[in-house]
Design a protein around this ligand. Structure first.
Ligand SMILES: NC(=O)N[C@@H](O)C(=O)O
Ligand code: NI
Length: 159
């Protein structure tokens, strides 16, 4: 199967999570008028644990790329904030009876981060260029908080 990556939009991504960016008017003007605050934009959720910030340095992939595994975090949300202005690939899928349904692929525009809702099926972090550096806000707590689903039929993602 092949799927085409679409530009990431808040509307399309809403069932899976939040798009984090500075588009539109800020919610607040702060710092003596020198800064716009886009306030409280992520639906964070950390069951039986706490929020943590980690730094990921991930190897970039090229499109088309193959996806043979989806995963989810039953106990917490997971946000990826790029530390460079490079687009990255986001793969998500709805849950269908405890398994991933039809996957969706999105390309960020280089000025977007994402927050995956707790329990959302997703592909692992997939940068498309160096440095592949991201700040990751996710749950720190007991247990693995990781459910992996190897795909019997891997799929390709096209640009
Ligand atoms: N396992 C891990 O920390 N990272 C994955 O959850 C991922 O979504 O990249
Ligand atoms: Ni994850």
């Amino acid at each position: 199967m092949q799927i085409k990556a679409k530009p990431l939009t808040p509307e399309d991504f809403a069932p899976f999570g939040d798009v984090l960016d500075a588009s539109g008017a800020p919610d607040k003007i702060i710092n003596q008028g020198l800064c716009g605050r886009f306030h409280d934009r992520a639906r964070l959720d950390f069951a039986d644990g706490r929020a943590g910030i980690s730094i990921f340095k991930a190897a970039p992939r090229a499109l088309p790329c193959s996806c043979d595994l989806l995963e989810r975090h039953p106990e917490g949300s997971q946000a990826f904030i790029p530390m460079s202005a490079e687009p990255f690939l986001v793969i998500v899928a709805p849950d269908e009876g405890g398994r991933p349904g039809a996957p969706r692929a999105f390309l960020t525009n280089g000025a977007q981060g994402i927050n995956l809702l707790r329990g959302t099926w997703h592909g692992v972090l997939t940068p498309l260029a160096e440095p592949g550096l991201f700040a990751v806000i996710d749950r720190i707590g007991p247990g693995a908080n990781l459910e992996e689903y190897p795909l019997a039929a891997p799929f390709s993602v096209l640009a």
